[in-house]
Design a protein around this ligand. Structure first.
Ligand SMILES: NCCCC(=O)O
Length: 419
């Protein structure tokens, strides 16, 4: 039996960042990972870093996350953040209005964002079709995080601060008594701690069930393609990321080619309980004849006519963790003290992880955060009718995932600038 101040279940970016921040504050931490470090959703992520959200507080969290990453880069001597800038494009008047509201909100908090006429988009992105665009905006401080380098950074700092990492150690029981957590059990034995973090990604709802809790997350499939370098369509390493929400696409440069991902209308749903205990997400293969791949290729071809099914490419599939409102769950539930959830990043785990780790460490060590966490509180669906059975939860998460990119964001400018 070992003990620590905090046990973290899951060594994806959320768990690793939380463990690092806790250890930087002097807490003793054990991370228990069911398989290998960074090999779940983290290992299948494209890593886009877009800071601007319809919600000012989320935008502030993402802006602050870059500072944490810059510090990690200094400590590790590794490039993690590739600041390519990003564009958001609009093909319809509704999307153009959405962009106008995002630009107004961004400017109201001092965020670097500007309108970009479609003619200018063509200059920045000669490999993209632009003749159907009505408007665009450009965020020069966006880009992407390199997931493997981010994992290495969290790990290095965590190890230097004494975090213990145990791989191939699935948690099979969450120990609790009298409404308080006491630790966890794995096949190798018990680990005792008064605080346990459920950072299990798509397995997070099963971890919650180990404590008789209901966490409304669901495991949703995701696909992106990566083209090989094509001399006829060079993609510069610093070419901006693109979000085309009408076509459900995001893109970024990768090794001379282009990553193009889709938030599909009808994504795969996964039942994590049915996967083998040693399930390895890096071995997931995308079926080239699946409807999701067909829709990815069709939408990609509409924006990048030089990419079609004959283009040399790899197709990556993985599993994301969605919630009914696409926002994560961070914190405790009312009925079990000491069990902190940190899951449900809905395809944005890499980019949210730097600040989320900080927030989790504050919640765990101080009982409160310097950020306004209302929109990400873990108990916001607690015992709420319609969010209590797996069937209801999966339906709501699936609907959110299917509509996630197409819903129009309503950004509200703030009058007072951010703190
Ligand atoms: N994981 C994909 C993120 C897409 C986006 O930042 O919009």
């Amino acid at each position: 039996m070992q003990s620590a101040d905090v046990i973290v279940i899951g060594a994806g970016v959320a768990g690793l960042s939380t463990a690092m921040q806790l250890a930087l504050r002097g807490a003793s931490v054990i991370v228990l990972e069911r398989e290998r470090i960074g090999n779940g959703s983290t290992g299948r992520a494209a890593g886009l870093l877009g800071q601007l959200r319809g919600n000012v507080e989320h935008t502030r969290m993402l802006i602050d996350g870059i500072e944490i990453v810059r510090q990690l880069e200094k400590t590790t001597g590794t490039e993690i953040f590739v600041q390519t800038g990003s564009l958001r494009v609009a093909e319809t008047p509704e999307r153009a209005a959405e962009i106008a509201s995002l630009v107004a909100m961004g400017k109201s908090i001092g965020f670097d964002i500007e309108h970009l006429p479609a003619s200018e988009v063509a200059k920045k992105l000669p490999y993209m079709r632009t003749d159907d665009l009505l408007d665009a905006c450009y965020c020069p401080t966006d880009g992407h995080l390199q997931p493997a380098e981010l994992v290495s950074g969290y790990l290095k700092v965590g190890k230097d601060c004494g975090v213990q990492y145990k791989t191939n150690s699935p948690v099979i029981e969450i120990l609790h008594a009298g409404g308080r957590v006491q630790g966890v059990r794995t096949a190798e034995g018990e680990y005792h701690a008064p605080k346990v973090v459920n950072a299990g990604g798509p397995w997070s709802y099963l971890n919650a069930e180990l404590a008789n809790a209901t966490l409304p997350t669901a495991a949703i499939g995701h696909y992106y393609l990566t083209t090989r370098p094509d001399p006829n369509h060079p993609v510069d390493r610093m070419s901006p990321a693109i979000r085309d929400r009408e076509l459900r696409l995001y893109t970024r440069p990768e090794s001379g080619g282009l990553i193009v991902g889709i938030y599909d209308a009808e994504p795969d749903q996964h039942n994590m309980r049915k996967l083998p205990v040693d399930f390895d997400m890096s071995r997931m293969k995308a079926a080239r004849d699946s409807i999701q791949v067909a829709r990815l290729l069709e939408a990609t071809n509409a924006r990048f006519p030089w990419i079609d099914e004959r283009t040399p490419m790899t197709i990556t599939t993985g599993i994301m963790t969605f919630t009914p409102d696409a926002r994560p769950f961070c914190g405790e539930m009312p009925d079990l003290e000491g069990l902190y959830h940190c899951a449900g990043f809905s395809g944005h785990g890499i980019v949210q992880s730097p600040t989320i780790g900080l927030i989790m460490s504050q919640l765990i060590l101080d009982g409160q955060s310097s950020y306004d966490c209302e929109s990400i509180e873990a108990d916001r669906y607690f015992e709420l009718p319609g969010y209590m059975t797996r069937a209801d939860i999966e339906r709501r998460c699936f609907e959110m995932a299917g509509n996630y990119y197409t819903k129009i964001e309503k950004a509200t400018p703030v009058a007072t600038g951010h703190a």
